[in-house]
Design a protein around this ligand. Structure first.
Ligand code: ATP
Length: 964
């Protein structure tokens, strides 16, 4: 056994009592020397845990022993070295650094986690959780839909984490879109991300615990299509803290959007909103404090991106400005009880401005605040309101307007980003709810918030702890149970039936009379005395009740609780708003009857009923999804960077049940797979190996558990043969129950690795076959293409040659005709010249004339030839006297002279025939190009210029030039 294992086993013994105490304190009662026992405890702890190495533990289940102290130390050590994420079994613990860590959330890091074959092997990160959920959707493992539950107390980093998750999905779910229109995806992801600044501006506020505290809960569903691309989203919000509009806790601020308007408005907007520079608004405390969320332009930009047009934005901001003016309206008590209160003199201007901004008549607005309309049968009776009532009605107006405006915005966002149901098939939900709250004074809001946390805790417990343990029993597995805190009795106290805090609250709210805190307290005590989770401080003068939540005890003040639960809205106010000329306000209040406000102004549903219903529908969704828990921890209450306060952290760790989770995750088999699913997923491992070894895998499609078990064994045998031999080792890795296989994470990794290897081998084989097939097809196509090309080319060439041939024939024929014509012309001329020479000879020599003809070959004397045709003839004749007497140059010169040709150098070229017996040709040297002009001709190539090397040579050429 290696030392690490040694330590772990000793740790287990230590935890189980052999070492003394799981809490880290050795049994002091048995030790006579406290100092000795302390040192022993320290020694054991040092032996178990190498404190220098604590920061290297990525998973809190690996610390030894698993106690709150060691877990705390490990987290502290990691925080010191700026490691903010740590696994705690199935949960991720996120410590808030309270300072930007840019490289931790960069695009590269996202890609790294997204592309990693095994992201779990990387350092713990929120992206691992995100990627796991994403891969679950890709793998279509049941339940396919995923929920990422982010919890923690105010300021722990829930909103930050949710934003990171959304950015991650917006990036990875969009980046994989290579085929789909990039535009659509970008548009959606941009819109989804843009919904954040809007909801934060309208729903977040600066509190004592967090500068950007969400004053509402939200569940965002990111909708994914078949290819796991982000195609839309929807937002569900819970319990907006609308009281903040009219009543801000000491040293806290109103919602961000009001400060953004005040600080970021242009002069023109100030004028429109009647918000002059330096104007004091009662409902805007701590306006001098500037935080980074005070950026008006960001909100406007996000509104633009989301498609809220300028006119709508103007209406929204005018409404908000109107609410601010309302806050400055005060009432003075009337002189006479029967008279209504008066608006204080200096407030009148604010009332007037508020009426103008809300686009309602100022007179009617004032009347609504001061006079109540009572319905007595069919008669309406007007009753003046007290000064306090006037203030309440004013606040009520502001709250109802703000809440409805927020709801309208959420609906608009949903309409803008929600995809059509047919386009998405799976979703990943991100739940960001307010953490457990325990203040000095707690009221209905805290009761609701803590109730929601109880519900989530129960879901967590049910999912990981109870389910795991109960399943072990039903599957016949030996398991030493860890005690866990079941909060069902607390939930029964709050929401159970027939009597619970909620049911009694609703009962009191339905009574048509003013509630009395003491009476309600007495009723609670009478009805719920039996429940161990509720108690009362007998000595307290303030009517209250104390609830023992899973995270600690919380005192709730009863005063005003019933009234808050009723949340009544005077009908006069609703009728007034319906008449508003601000079309948005008019639309909000007249188009639909909202859940809690009817046109008669009565509450149909109480606050707790509405909250309970929405929470129940959320829980339904959570139960049908695979949950992933992230626990955000706030390391110090002052939001100081890199400051770790142990007391603060330990309280949070205990409140969220981290230690229990770690115990179970460390020792148990967190993965349970039904036999059938296991076989379906991993049978290929066994099959593949049997194929190799040519043996048989019992691939029977049977429902019998025995056959399934047999098949499971075959798979396990292949994955790790040693496990099947060594039973002890096997029991640490895997267990076969009655219907399910129980696995450790390592065993699952092993199986998945093997499966992946086989799948990639198969994929490789398929790829090879496919490539081969493609190559064959390509080759065949290539050959066919070559053949076709060859045939076409030869056809083209043949056609071309045929055309040339026809053209040449035409040219030849034409040329021949033309040559013959010239020849005949030349002959005709020669005939004429011969006649003339004959006459001359006859004149000189009568003897000849007598004979009638001269035989040139018989002439003894040289004769002077004057006419050129005759001279030419003589010069050409090999046997005549001229040629005998004159040779070479002389002969040529005489010839030229006989032809009357100028004897300038180079103008003519004379050639003798091959036997040098006579002149063969006389050619004029080319003087320039010969231009032939053709008319358009239907003949192909008729417009072609003959090459310089022409058939027209010699004497014909001379003639040609001449004719030109
Ligand atoms: N991972 C982080 N890196 C850097 N700063 C962080 C991180 N997480 C949280 N913070 C800082 O802590 C502040 C509080 O975080 P956040 O608003 O997310 O808390 P919360 O749990 O949502 O609180 P609330 O419940 O009040 O809304 C943030 O404004 C931010 O400055």
């Amino acid at each position: 056994m290696n030392s690490a294992e040694d330590r772990r086993n000793i740790g287990a013994g230590y935890r189980n009592g052999r070492g003394g105490a799981a809490t880290g304190s050795v049994n002091k009662d048995c030790s006579p020397h406290p100092s000795l026992s302390d040192s022993l405890e320290g020694e054991i702890r040092a032996f178990l845990t190498d404190e220098d190495e604590l920061h290297t533990y990525d998973d809190l289940t690996k610390v030894n022993p698993v106690t709150p102290t060691t877990v705390l130390k490990c987290l502290q050590a990691r925080y010191r070295v700026k490691v903010f994420y740590t696994h705690a079994g199935c949960t991720l613990v996120a410590l808030n650094p309270f300072q930007p860590i840019p490289h931790l959330y960069s695009l590269d890091v996202m890609k790294q986690y997204h592309c990693a074959p095994q992201p779990q092997e990387f350092k713990p990160h929120i992206f691992i959780v995100a990627e796991e959920a994403y891969r679950n959707v890709q793998g279509q493992l049941q339940p396919v839909n995923q929920s990422l539950v982010v919890s923690g107390e105010s300021g722990a980093g829930k909103t930050w984490t949710s934003r990171c998750l959304m950015k991650y999905y917006a990036t990875v779910a969009a980046s994989s879109s290579v085929v789909k229109s990039q535009d659509t995806v970008e548009k959606i992801e941009r819109r989804v991300l843009d919904s954040n600044p809007i909801m934060e501006a309208f729903g977040n506020a600066c509190t004592l615990r967090n500068n950007n505290s969400s004053r509402f809960g939200k569940y965002i569903q990111l909708q994914l299509d078949r290819c796991q691309l982000l195609v839309g989203a929807s937002v569900q919000t819970y319990l907006l803290e609308k009281t903040r509009v009219a009543d801000q806790p000491t040293n806290e601020r109103n919602f961000h959007v009001f400060y953004q308007m005040m600080k970021g408005a242009t002069d023109e907007q100030r004028k429109e909103w009647k918000m002059p520079l330096g104007q004091h608004f009662v409902w805007l405390p701590k306006a001098e404090k500037t935080i980074e969320e005070d950026c008006f332009l960001d909100t406007v930009e996000a509104l633009d991106h989301l498609g809220i047009n300028e006119e709508r934005q103007r209406q929204i901001f005018r409404i908000l400005a109107g609410l601010l003016q309302l806050g400055n309206v005060y009432f003075s008590p009337p002189m006479n009880e029967s008279q209504p209160c008066d608006v204080e003199e200096h407030s009148k201007v604010f009332l007037q401005r508020a009426a103008e901004l809300l686009c309602v008549p100022a007179e009617e607005l004032q009347q609504c605040f001061r006079v109540r309309t009572l319905q007595a049968g069919k008669q309406s009776v007007l009753k003046p309101c007290s000064q306090a009532d006037c203030g309440m009605r004013r606040d009520c107006l502001a709250k109802v307007i703000y809440a409805q405006l927020f709801e309208w915005l959420v609906t608009f966002i949903n309409n803008s980003i929600c995809a059509d149901k047919s386009t998405w098939c799976n979703f990943i939900g991100v739940l960001d709810v307010y953490g457990f709250e325990c203040f000095h004074i707690n009221n209905l809001e805290q009761l609701c918030i803590n109730y929601a946390n109880e519900k989530l805790q129960q879901h967590f417990v049910a999912h990981y702890l109870r389910a795991q343990q109960e399943e072990y029993v039903s599957e016949g597995l030996q398991w030493s149970f860890v005690k866990y805190q079941d909060n069902q009795s607390c939930l029964d106290l709050i929401e159970g039936s027939p009597v619970s805090v909620f049911s009694l609250l609703n009962e009191a709210s339905r009574l048509n009379r003013a509630s009395d805190a003491n009476t309600f307290r007495a009723r609670l005590e009478k009805e719920l005395r039996e429940n161990i989770n509720i108690s009362w401080d007998k000595f307290s003068m303030v009517p209250h009740f104390t609830v023992a939540h899973y995270a600690g005890k919380v005192d709730y003040h009863i005063e005003g609780m019933v009234e808050k639960n009723k949340d009544p809205v005077p009908p006069e106010l609703i009728s007034l708003l319906e008449k508003s000329e601000n079309s948005l306000l008019h639309q909000i209040f007249s188009e639909k009857e909202t859940d809690n406000v009817t046109s008669k102004g009565l509450s149909k549903v109480t606050v707790v009923s509405k909250f309970k219903n929405s929470l129940e529908s959320l829980m339904k969704i959570l139960h049908t999804t695979t949950p992933h828990y992230t626990r955000c921890i706030k390391p110090n209450p002052d939001c100081k960077p890199l400051t770790f306060k142990k007391e603060e952290v330990i309280m949070q760790l205990e409140a969220c049940g981290i230690v229990e989770t770690i115990h179970i995750s460390a020792a148990g088999f967190p993965i349970r797979i039904p036999f059938r699913s296991f076989i379906q997923r991993y049978r290929l491992i066994a099959k593949h190996s049997r194929l190799k070894s040519q043996s048989h895998f019992s691939d029977l499609e049977a429902d019998s558990s025995d056959i399934h078990q047999q098949q499971v064994e075959q798979v396990l045998e292949v994955v790790s043969p040693s496990l099947c031999v060594d039973c002890e080792k096997r029991s640490l890795w895997v267990h076969c129950g009655k219907t399910k296989v129980f696995l450790t994470q390592s065993m699952l990794d092993l199986l998945e690795d093997q499966r992946k290897k086989i799948l990639s081998q198969c994929a490789f084989t398929i790829q090879c076959c496919w490539l081969r097939y493609q190559r064959r097809i390509r080759h065949a196509r290539w050959n066919s293409a070559t053949l076709i090309q060859a045939v076409v080319r030869s056809w083209l060439v043949r056609r071309q040659v045929h055309r040339w041939h026809r053209a040449a024939t035409v040219i030849q024929n034409t040329w021949r005709r033309w040559r013959d014509l010239l020849k005949s012309l030349a002959e005709a001329e020669l005939d004429d010249a011969e006649d003339f020479a004959e006459e001359e000879v006859l004149a000189l020599n009568p003897a000849i004339s007598e004979v009638g003809s001269v035989q040139l070959s018989t002439i003894q004397e040289p004769v002077t030839v004057r006419g050129w045709p005759m001279g030419l003839a003589l010069a050409s004749a090999p046997s005549i006297t001229v040629s005998l007497t004159a040779t070479g140059f002389q002969k040529m010169m005489s010839l030229m002279a006989s032809l009357n040709l100028p004897a300038r150098r180079g103008e003519y070229k004379a050639e003798t025939n091959q036997y040098t017996q006579g002149i063969a040709s006389i050619r004029a040297q080319p003087k320039g190009s010969v231009k032939l002009h053709f008319r358009r001709s239907p003949l192909l190539y008729a417009d072609r210029k003959p090459e310089l090397k022409t058939d027209v040579t010699g004497f014909n050429e001379i003639l040609l030039e001449k004719t030109e």
